[in-house]
Design a protein around this ligand. Structure first.
Ligand code: ADP
Ligand code: MG
Length: 320
């Protein structure tokens, strides 16, 4: 394993049981994450893109160690952490979720929310408070915000506090799950710029989950396209945008009008999400929706293969 790989997964899976209403018998599984092999380099921003229900959040929760996988392996800095307690990683992996309104305890002053993650680490009260104001400054807020309550802040300010709270333990890896999608467009642009600057300054590694291609293009170095619990294509951001390989990626990009990352724009993602039986389970999961499908697509599952340097695709079209 290369030493510059921070996060690595092998055949990572998370299957949820589906039980019948009456007898509570297991009638099937939702394969939320279904065999993900991923390498994230230190300092890289990996944009994880895909329609709703494709398993992005579940993969984020797995990598943040907030849930346990059904199978597969997860390595952090070369260490197998698949089954280890999240406490081992003490502040090294942090998350920022979508909703800035529910993420902060309304009864706690901002300073108390900020220092809360430090209580399990070795900081005394004075040091913790110093760090809190230092990190508030880093995210563009000031000391005065230490003493206020969340309801006194705007959505954008709250998301800044949440980012500061994620950063305060000096994490090496942050999972950001649609962190700007509930903010208005101009606030979204400011927060994205902040996140980009912080990443460069602190050399943090990001998993940045978004269904918005424009946002992914702005923030990411590498982009992974997820569908039905699998990575369908992964590569350098520019390769993905200039030379998309997978039919699903091309489909997503065909709805992508503007290269301006901060223009308001949401892709029109196709229907057929979630765990309906419409998805092809035998071969390629995208086969039912694919314009280029052939018989083989229903028989065998394509592997994620490297077609060009650092550009991989899971599609029979590219099989040698
Ligand atoms: N706790 C859960 N129990 C059962 N099914 C779940 C659970 N969490 C997610 N799922 C299902 O897993 C699939 C992927 O969900 P999710 O990871 O939230 O996708 P995304 O973030 O891409 O929208 C969906 O079909 C969703 O309904
Ligand atoms: Mg999600």
């Amino acid at each position: 394993m290369h030493s510059d790989i921070l996060v690595k997964t092998e055949s990572l899976r998370k299957h949820y049981e589906v039980r019948s209403r009456l007898l509570k018998k297991i009638v099937g599984y939702v394969k939320a994450v279904d065999g993900v092999d991923l390498d994230v380099r230190k300092g890289e921003a990996l944009g994880l893109v895909g329609e709703s229900g494709s398993g992005k959040s579940t993969l984020g929760l797995l990598l943040a160690k907030l849930i346990e996988p059904t199978s597969g392996r997860y390595f952090f800095k070369g260490m197998d952490v698949t089954w280890s307690s999240p406490r081992i990683l003490r502040g090294k992996i942090r998350v920022v979720f979508q909703d800035p309104y529910s993420a902060l305890n309304p009864r706690l002053k901002i300073k108390d929310s900020l220092i809360e993650p430090l209580t399990t680490l070795k900081y005394n009260d004075r040091e913790a408070l110093e760090r809190a104001s230092e990190y508030l400054k880093l995210v563009g807020l000031s000391r005065e915000h230490l003493e206020v309550y969340p309801h006194m802040l705007s959505g954008g300010q709250r998301q800044r506090v949440i980012i500061a709270r994620a950063l305060i333990t000096e994490p090496e890896f942050i999972v950001l799950d649609e962190p700007t999608s509930m903010l208005d467009v101009s606030t979204q642009a400011q927060i994205l710029e902040l996140l980009k600057n912080i990443k460069e300054e602190k050399e943090i590694t990001y998993l940045f989950i978004t269904h918005n291609l424009a946002v992914a293009r702005y923030i990411s170095d590498t982009i992974a396209i997820m569908f039905a619990g699998q990575i369908m294509e992964i590569g350098d951001k520019n390769a993905i945008f200039t030379k998309p390989l997978h039919p699903y990626t091309r489909n997503l990009l065909s709805a992508y009008p503007s290269p301006d990352p901060l223009k308001p724009w949401q892709p029109e993602l196709p229907e057929d999400t979630g765990n309906t039986g419409k998805r092809n389970e035998q071969g390629c999961k995208y086969a039912n929706r694919c314009m280029f499908r052939r018989d083989v697509c229903f028989r065998s599952t394509p592997e994620l293969i490297e077609v060009e340097k650092d550009h991989r695709v899971r599609c029979h079209l590219y099989r040698l």
